[in-house]
Design a protein around this ligand. Structure first.
Ligand code: ZN
Length: 258
């Protein structure tokens, strides 16, 4: 029997109230399957406080602070000032989850906050965790500009798209966050891209409690399912399992500094 490999869930919202009843059990289940680190992104200013409070109990958490487009109705421009303070106070924190989402409200405010957060990531040289929905092409030049000003890249969370899109982000210093999507056979374009890009372009994630893997639709997602995402990935890749795991863990630690 070999020791289970060390895996990282590069994107899970373990601080969300849906995990209040059994957070420690959820983490224990993941750890028992070799998932030993968890990147927990920020979504709104008031949530950062809760995130920091909970993180005191979980040294395996790696934090990001960001203003997520889903919560635009809670955000105000002055939140950028608070983000500045948080990044100053927490030198290891990343910037995320940030982005643009055409299905969310108040596009002008989304744009203002996204640009402001990219500016902070550039000034503080912090990696970013990007959320996108029908917005990759709008975000790309803005992110490229941030990279030219000091942002060291990061992760395009919940990647779905073509090989060409994947390679464009990878060339900019980003890995693609690979989650439940690839466990569905019907996700042909994304599965094809994930099969062909260099291994250095991939990190694993669950987006718990969202984005359930195939066979668990309608259920709360949790980090133990990194295992199923990994299995789906291994079935798509020509390399040996050990090589895939080692490279992906190395990508995640390098890009997200965890
Ligand atoms: Zn998320």
């Amino acid at each position: 029997m070999t020791t289970p490999p060390a895996l990282i869930d590069s994107h899970c919202h373990l601080d969300f109230p849906i995990f209040d009843v059994d957070r420690s059990e959820v983490m224990a289940r993941a750890v028992s399957q070799g998932i030993q680190r968890f990147v927990v992104p920020g979504v709104a200013r008031l949530q950062w406080t809760r995130l920091l409070e909970l993180a005191k109990h979980y040294p395996q958490w790696y934090l990001a602070f960001g203003l997520h487009p889903y919560f635009t109705q809670e955000h105000v421009p002055a939140d950028l000032m608070h983000l500045h303070e948080h990044l100053k106070a927490h030198p290891t924190a990343l910037v995320g989850e940030i982005g643009l989402d055409v299905t969310c409200e108040n596009w002008p405010l989304q744009q203002l906050l996204f640009q402001g957060q990219l500016d902070l990531a550039s000034a503080f040289h912090r990696p970013i965790i990007l959320h996108h929905r029908k917005s990759q092409d709008i975000m790309y030049p803005l992110v490229k500009n941030a990279v030219s000003r000091g942002c060291p890249g990061g992760v395009l969370h919940a990647f779905s798209g073509s090989y060409e899109q994947a390679m464009r982000w990878h060339a900019l210093g980003f890995a693609l966050g690979i989650g439940g999507t690839i466990t569905y056979e019907r996700a042909r374009k994304t599965r094809d891209a994930v099969a062909r890009v260099p291994l250095s372009a991939l990190v694993l994630e669950t987006d718990s409690p969202d984005m359930p893997v195939a066979g668990h639709q309608g259920e709360r997602n949790e980090p133990v399912h990194v295992k199923q995402v990994l299995e789906a990935l291994l079935a798509l890749r020509p390399e040996a399992a050990d090589q895939v795991i080692q490279q992906i863990t190395c990508n995640t630690r390098r890009l997200l500094r965890c």
